[in-house]
Ligand binder design. Structure first.
Ligand SMILES: *Cc1c(COP(=O)(O)O)cnc(C)c1O
Length: 416
């Protein structure tokens, strides 16, 4: 099918959940993606933080090839070699004890929420006082299924689907006093993204994380860190919470885990894991042989190539470059993030929209989140020259946009 035919057919045949950009990709290689005319695009978004090793990585090709010849699926009714091997790696990386495998981010988050409710039930049966309430953070994002969307803050994502899962209350971001006020024995879990992604690249402060840890430890409620976007090396550590030296009880991983093959994981400590017994939760596809083999290849490649250090170094360089750009452009109001999870906030949403579109026209893929924030989630294999190319192009685009428009009628930061 030609691109125009694909567009027309999709417009007729698909449920309209996405407004796609007018580019059709046919192939990828390293940090580049190629459209149907053969034009190359620099991928600074990696499929929203998924293609950690870029495109067409030989280690992933080999794992796919080998495993597809051996075994694709057996269900969770039987053993295969992949889950234990992957769990061994993930427990070490997260500092937690046990893993549950699934197919996506939202499924990992659902598992975490169900674990929290089941754990509270177990604790009550053991004579403790623990309620069913869940605290989540304002501007947080945890996925689109019912439980996940119930803990996601944005009205637009929630309202049409009400009634949602009951018992969720939102706490102001990084506001310890608000957290303390809303926390009680009624709470079974505090939920947070260690670094908010969709919310605009905002790290939870170490103080807030520590306060959440202290409160939950006092009552036996669970501290659940969503690391679906910020985990697995994205911030330069295996988990973003490793920067703080504080462990949660539960964490969720997904996006980069399979390097492009769908797989998610919920990890928890020994104590919380007691809440699930056989039959209580499950999945047909989760943790299948193919997905596990690829995830193992992704992790082993990251270790072999010392990618954590590479992420730290290139991330530091990227931030410096963005900051020097901010000194030349008054429309840049903030530069935030950790490692290769970076955001650059512009003074108004329309400007951010145009900058993103023009970057795409200049064949560099980024996206815009929380209205005003340009988001950079490049593959972990990015090199300095790609960062330089991005900064140079962004510099030109912002110069053009601000001298042409020169309208100071800026909306203010979407976080009021
Ligand atoms: C993307 C994301 C999810 C949802 O993952 P899906 O695979 O799209 O279901 C959940 N939490 C965070 C922090 C995310 O970035």
């Amino acid at each position: 099918m030609k691109f125009e035919d694909i567009r027309a057919a999709e417009a007729r045949l698909l449920v309209t959940t996405y407004e796609r950009n007018p580019i059709c990709f046919v192939r990828g290689e390293g940090v580049l993606l190629f459209d149907e005319k053969g034009a190359a695009y620099l991928d600074m978004l990696s499929g929203i933080g998924v293609n950690a090793l870029g495109h067409g990585h030989p280690a992933i090709q080999e794992a796919l090839d080998k495993q597809s010849r051996k075994l694709l699926h057996v269900s969770n009714l039987f053993f295969h070699e992949g889950q234990a091997e992957l769990a061994l790696r993930l427990t070490e990386m997260t500092g937690l004890d046990r893993a549950f495998f699934c197919n996506s981010g939202t499924e990992a988050w659902e598992a975490a929420l169900k674990l929290a409710r089941a754990y509270a039930t177990l604790r009550r049966s053991e004579g403790h006082r623990l309620g069913t309430k869940i605290l989540a953070l304002e501007h947080g994002f945890h996925g689109r299924t019912m439980g996940s969307v119930s803990t996601t803050h944005k009205q637009k994502y929630r309202e049409p689907f009400e009634p949602l899962v009951p018992g969720v209350e939102f706490v102001r971001f990084n506001d310890i006093a608000d957290l303390e006020e809303k926390f009680s024995n009624e709470v079974c879990a505090i939920c947070l993204e260690t670094v908010q992604g969709e919310g605009g690249i905002y790290p939870v402060s170490k103080e807030f994380f520590a306060a959440a840890r202290k409160l939950t430890s006092e009552t036996g409620a669970l501290l659940i860190a969503d690391e679906i976007q910020c985990g697995l090396g994205r911030t330069g550590e295996w988990c973003a919470y490793r920067h703080y030296g504080i462990l949660p009880d539960v964490t969720t991983l997904a996006k980069p885990l399979g390097g492009g093959i769908p797989i998610g994981a919920m990890l928890c400590n020994e104590e919380a894991a007691r809440a699930f017994t056989p039959g209580m939760h499950g999945t047909t596809f989760g943790g299948g042989p193919l997905a596990c083999a690829v995830a193992i290849a992704v992790i082993d490649t990251m270790r072999r190539d010392n990618l954590l250090q590479h992420i730290q170094e290139t991330g530091k360089y990227f931030v410096q470059q963005l900051q020097s750009l901010a000194q030349r452009h008054t429309c840049i109001v903030d530069v935030r993030g950790m490692g290769l999870m970076l955001g650059m906030e512009l003074s108004d949403a329309e400007l951010a929209k145009q900058a993103t579109t023009q970057m795409m026209e200049r064949r560099i893929l980024i996206n815009r989140t929380n209205e005003t924030v340009l988001r950079f989630l490049p593959p972990y294999i990015i090199e300095k020259k790609h960062i330089e190319q991005t900064i140079h192009t962004l510099d030109e685009i912002l110069t053009n946009l601000t001298t042409v428009a020169a309208s100071p009628a800026a909306a203010h930061g979407a976080r009021g």
